[in-house]
Write a protein of this length. Sequence first.
Lengths: 689, 574
Amino acid sequence: MATGFEGIAINAWLVWILPFAGAAIIAAVARSGHRIRDYTAVGFALASAVSAATLLPLALEGTEVHSQVNWISSFGLKAGVLADPLAIVMTNLVAWISFLIMVYSTGYMHGDRDLTRYWFFMLFFIGSMQLIVMSDNLLMVFFGWEGVGLASYALIGFWYYDRKKDYVGREGHVAGGIPMWTSPTHAGMKAFLMTRAGDTMMLAGMFLIFMHAGTFGFKELLEDPSWAFAMSQQNLLVPAAVLLFGGAIGKSAQFPLNEWLLEAMTGPTAVSALIHAATMVKAGVFLVARIGPLFFALGTIGAFSTEQFFEVVAWVGAITAFLLATQALVNPEIKKVLAYSTGSQIGYMMMAFGIAGLSLNFVEGYTAGFFHMMSHMMFKASLFMGAGAILHTVGSRFMTDMGGLKKPMRKTYIFMLLASLSLAGAPLFTSGFWSKDAIFAAVLDSGYAYSWPLFIVAVVVAVMTAFYTFRMVGMAFFGNKSKHIEEMEQKGHHVHEAGRSMLVPYAILAVASIAIGVVGFVFEAQIESLFAAYLAESFGIGEEEGGVHIAILPEGDRTFFGLHPIAAAASVGAFAVGGALGYLFYIARKANPQIISRSIMTRAIWKFLYNRWYLNTALYWGGVILPLAVYRFVWRYFESTIIDGMNPALQYSMTYMSRIVKGGQTGITQTYLFVFAVGIMIIMMLLLL
Amino acid sequence: MAETYFLLAATFIPLLLAPIAYGIGRKLGVNIATWFTFGALAVSTGLLAVPAIAIYNGSQQVYSESYIWGQFGNFGLRLDGLSLPFALIIYILCTVLALYSKPYMVHKVSEDLPEHKAGHGSGATGQRDESGSHDNHNGSSSQLTVLETDQRVKNQMALYFSLYLAFSMGMLGTVLSTNLIEFYVFFELMLVPSFFLVAFYGYGARRRIALMFFFWTHVGAVVLLLGLLAMGFFAGGFDFDTIKANAANIPAQWLPLIVFALVLGLGVKLAAFLLHIWLPYAHAEAPTPVSALLSPAMIGIGAYGILRLWLELLTGSYEQYSIYISMWGLSTMVYGGAMALMQDDIKKVLAYSSISQMGYILFGLGSESILGITGGTLMYVTHGLGKAILFMMAGSIILQTGTRSMAKLGGLAGKMPYTAVLAMIGALTIIGIPPTSGFMGEWILFSGVLQTAVADMDPLRTTMFALGILATVLSSAYILWMFKRIFFGKIPEELAHVKDSNRYITATMGVLAAMTLIIGVYPDLFLAPINDYIGGMFEGHEGVLPVPVHAEGAENRMAVEPVITTGVLAEAAH
């Protein structure tokens, strides 16, 4: 274990400092020309990625770097980076995918007049995310945490002039009195406030830990677990963990704070790719990956239960996965389908991390969750960038305005298809298949009392995932040209293939997700051994010799490529059923999706899903309209009447008093003398008495 | 130690130079007067910084100067961990805002001149017609009038700067004083120039509002005076040291009354819930640089008073009433935030936001933990910087667009990029987002509140914590919504040719923005002295929870020794 601020530790610091440095100078660089500015931005992202890559050998060796400097000396808090295998793998994923998205941005955003601001926030975004990944304590994590929140606010509302074409949602769509189409700045604000609500929970959890441990550091928390004993005696350990998870719920758009993610599509598509693949929503997943083993190890060592925490994580994940998958089935906007799918897939990851803590084989669930995050990062970034390429040329976000793009955008079609297959979980050659299957297997192996309901939810979601993925591909690329495209072509615009700077990034990621899929079995085993070593080394989970042994069960019988038979069958089955339906309706176009409008029942279901289960409606009525009505009432009848009324009241009472007193000032001598005499008499009587 | 006069000089240089500033302003013009005022304040700030640096280095805990003051005891000036943040922020804001005043006040004063009013008919609201531009107000007048106008502007500005200097002195004197009477005198001294500043240079019904401002804060001050006198008589002297030593002599039946008088009197200054009558008007209608001083610097002195006069001098009675202070703070926080959402006037949003922020401070002061009180004090610093930036933004908007009604604004981010960016930093400071100092204040404050709640297993305090931390979402809401209405969305046609403000405005905002970022990343600059001092203040008081410490050197890896090692913290938690 290396410590101190030298050698390789500097690289660990540079990973997150470089993007911030780039952001700091980008405005100055912009003066010397646009081209230089763009190269500088991409260059800093690359530099950060390179310094992340230099850490990789450490992860493979299973060692770690922990470097600290003094920070808030009043409370004895230190700032530091902790480059352990988890952080190193994560930071590389983030850095390289972000770099590809930055390259893509040079093409996608070409010619935008506010590009300097764009680069600033993109670099700021990447830096903040890397800060979350590399930090060795919760307080610094929170710096990054709010940094990604701020960057997403600024980038979702990037086109702040709120033109109609930047809105999301179908214009005029109202659900339960709430408009469902949203301007960019509104969406940015919504994202900020909703994640902020989650952040308050996270802060509360952090404070609980801090007041018992006196530190925020992950290492320190693990070294001296006396705080955990004190907390578990007060029944505070699980609440603290759940509160921390509250932050992840907000950032990763899990139920019930999922609504912001769907509106976050107002930003440039490259931003969506960054939010969904590399940064923002993955921050929550990473936080769970960070604190999950900590609480698991503490619980096992201290023989107190942290199970409820993992149960919460698993079920929140399951609910979100189901909820958002159903909504994705009916949405007509390509980016929104992808957004729903992100929330849903993150639900899978949460489910896996939750199940890890509920089973005796922590490593299996943990690896499954992380593996799914890796594959999701790749295929989702690729899909978003591909969708961006389509948007760029078609000029509409609605899939009903696309159609028949297979020919004119052949390359985009191929790469998006590959990434889509990964999302749908096409058996054996896609990374999505292997990682999803690992989650299924982990759930089945867990021995958790309710593992079957969880498994059934997971399989149902997989069916829906396959269906909506094929629906998306079918609607965009197959069938006839839509009216919109025909009109465009009449005007002389032609649908064309994306430029190289855009095409190459998503091609790389799509191919990578297939390449990992082809060697999926080996790759999964690799990650598993990496994490097994990490968890054993850092947390004593599954450690064989010496110390306290936190046992892990051996895996079940895995003869065929290490696949769990039931899990694999379910996974293949889900792909087959969902994929077949999607193929039938949208690719082969043998059946007309309009059939749902024939029956009242199906129409009602469609409407319910299309209105997002009315969650957004409930959120606005309860969280915006009602409080505002109350405030307005108070404003009108308390602040403006009573409080403001004090001034005139005072003034009039004074005037009134003066009028009374003035009444005595008659100027008639007789009256004065009379009053004077009466006074003298009263005083004399008082004295005599 | 050799006799030094840093504090005396720092306090009175502005006052002594005030008449000179007036003369310079009349004779030599606005530019020189501005830089003269700036120079006087900068030198004073420098003088203040000398002992401040000594305290920060740890070479000195307290730096004080004391002079015999007849029957009242000693006239002392004292810089310690508690007054340091207040004093520095007050003078830094005063210095920076002196420069900011120049373009803003010249504009304001010329706008108020009778010729201008006659020419454009923009009534007492002080809002410029949309059609007019800055400098054609004397377009139709003769050459003579131009000269006359020019001289009148000079005169007005000269008066402004001399009042401004006196105002600065009053605020600094209050936080440095070491004697109850002295405290009261300075407390009232800062009121007088601010009254004139509002009455002469304000907007709307300014004389009326200035009177209202004067009346309410003066009533508060009189209630405070009653408390101070009672304290002094029972303790047998007005010096803080005497009172602290003899606090036990105050009869138990009088103590609640005294505390009540102190908190009520200072609560008016703080504009706490129900006592905030004057604030929305005074802040909204004062000239913007003065709003930027009134709001963050002046009203926070109420919090300083509570800390110094009650928490420090009458420590014994603190725990008894702290919960009510917290409740009051919470209601102020929520109320101010809720009302801020209802406003259309930018400056009113900021005024209600100040009320809300004062609620945060009170919330922290009532927390019964070192962390909470430290956080509350740091909140003064961060609110001072953040709110000043936002008021400066409001000024910049008024200057460039001539309106402060958000219904008439929109989409200005592209037209006024510097103002927008710097104001965003100020907004983040108020919301409490890292890396601004706002986050540092807030997390320390709220963790202190939670610490007490959990340690006492108090459901009331726990509920209050939950509501309090949710109120931060409310703060984010009104700030972001204000931002959206000013800077985002479609730009109204009449604002299509708006330009950004000049360097006097953007550079001064930039200085404060840089400070909030620096403190946000490296809070020790202010935190270390505050925390040390407040820790010392409550030494030996078991009811006030200490800062949690991490048991350093506990090298046993958890795997080795799974025995319950009940540390200091586990003890403290019971």
